[in-house]
Design a protein around this ligand. Structure first.
Ligand code: ES4
Ligand code: ZN
Length: 321
């Protein structure tokens, strides 16, 4: 690959960067037997019919993540790969409840991830921010307990987010915990309009105070909402490979990215769960270029948007753009 264009990645789940090879290594290290005999058999399971069918495997495979070292190794592997994809800044999601619910303490998860992140600028030239996501298919009370667990560690956290199974779990369920997060000085983002309706995007904006919408592609079903998002310059973190693999979109050739760009939206391109969806962020750039006929200027504009839409300080943003 020639030099990938410098970019920020704003929508990547650290648990979704777990490659099958590392999963088997960690399983061995932790004395766990995976229900797959080898890497190829596991890769063959990466065929999804919707978001839930993916989440089932995503949560199952996470069981190999047990120790601080596991989370550090996972994060270091992502950072090395991100650097090779032209990523200069990464805002990384993590799902504490997916770990605390199976007995891994919050601090083990956070310390493991942050011990890798603190080396990132020097080792990889990638600045980072960490976004704590609440699992929307679990009770709001559990999200609040997670925020309480995070309170002694706010210096490591930039924002809260909302992910996991969308339909049936509207943003309105999490109004109280997002208010509490704002009180603590955290910024707010939310997955909305991935499989769910435009109304969920409106709720994320109006009830959660979301500054960015993760996915958001279904805003196109609601022209007034598109106008609102464009006028407010609210970023959408779009994940093309993810949308195709989870069948929110039929094929890359008919992905709505061009329509989103033509509507004047502040669109960014991201990988979501790169080890599950067939590529990292630059692979997504190349994929949309090839399948949607985007020009080099379009790609430069998408890369510029990624810095504009980030939580970077003005100082580093202007150094990077
Ligand atoms: C996710 Cl693609 C996607 N959507 C919602 N929640 C998620 N967690 C990890 N990947
Ligand atoms: Zn996501």
């Amino acid at each position: 690959m020639h030099m990938p264009i410098p970019k920020a990645e704003l929508h990547v789940h650290i648990e979704g960067t777990l490659e099958p090879e590392l999963a088997f290594d960690l399983a061995r290290r932790n004395g766990i037997t995976l229900p797959y005999s080898e890497v190829e058999e596991l890769r063959a399971a990466y065929s999804f019919s919707d978001l839930q069918s993916f989440l089932n495997l995503y949560y199952e495979l996470m069981d190999v993540l047990r120790t601080e070292e596991d989370f550090r190794d996972l994060t270091l592997a992502y950072l090395a790969r991100a650097a090779s994809q032209g990523v200069r800044h990464a805002e990384i999601f993590f799902d504490p409840q997916a770990h605390t619910s199976r007995g891994v303490p919050f601090e083990v998860v956070l310390e493991g991830i942050t011990s890798a992140l603190k080396t990132s600028e020097d080792e990889y030239g990638v600045s980072t921010a960490l976004i704590l996501c609440f699992l929307r298919d679990r009770p709001a009370s559990e999200a609040m307990e997670t925020l309480v667990a995070a309170r002694p560690h706010l210096e490591h956290l930039s924002a809260v987010g909302l992910d996991s199974a969308e339909v049936g779990h509207p943003p309105s369920k999490f109004t109280e915990v997002f208010d509490a997060a704002a009180q603590l000085g955290l910024r707010r983002v939310a997955h909305a309009g991935e499989e769910g309706p435009p109304e969920y995007i409106r709720e994320a904006l109006d009830l959660l105070g979301a500054e960015r919408i993760d996915h958001g592609i279904r805003c196109l079903d609601d022209p007034d909402l598109v106008t609102r998002l464009a006028e407010s310059r609210t970023p959408l973190t779009v994940c093309p490979f993810s949308n195709v693999r989870l069948r929110a979109v039929d094929t890359l050739d008919v992905h709505p990215l061009p329509a989103l760009m033509e509507a004047g939206l502040l669109v960014t391109i991201n990988s979501d769960d790169p080890s599950y969806f067939g590529g990292h962020v630059h692979d997504n750039f190349l994929g949309v270029q090839e399948h949607l006929g985007l020009s080099n200027e379009d790609l430069r504009s998408l890369a510029r948007n990624s810095f504009t839409a980030s939580f970077l300080s003005e100082e580093r943003r202007s150094a990077l753009i």
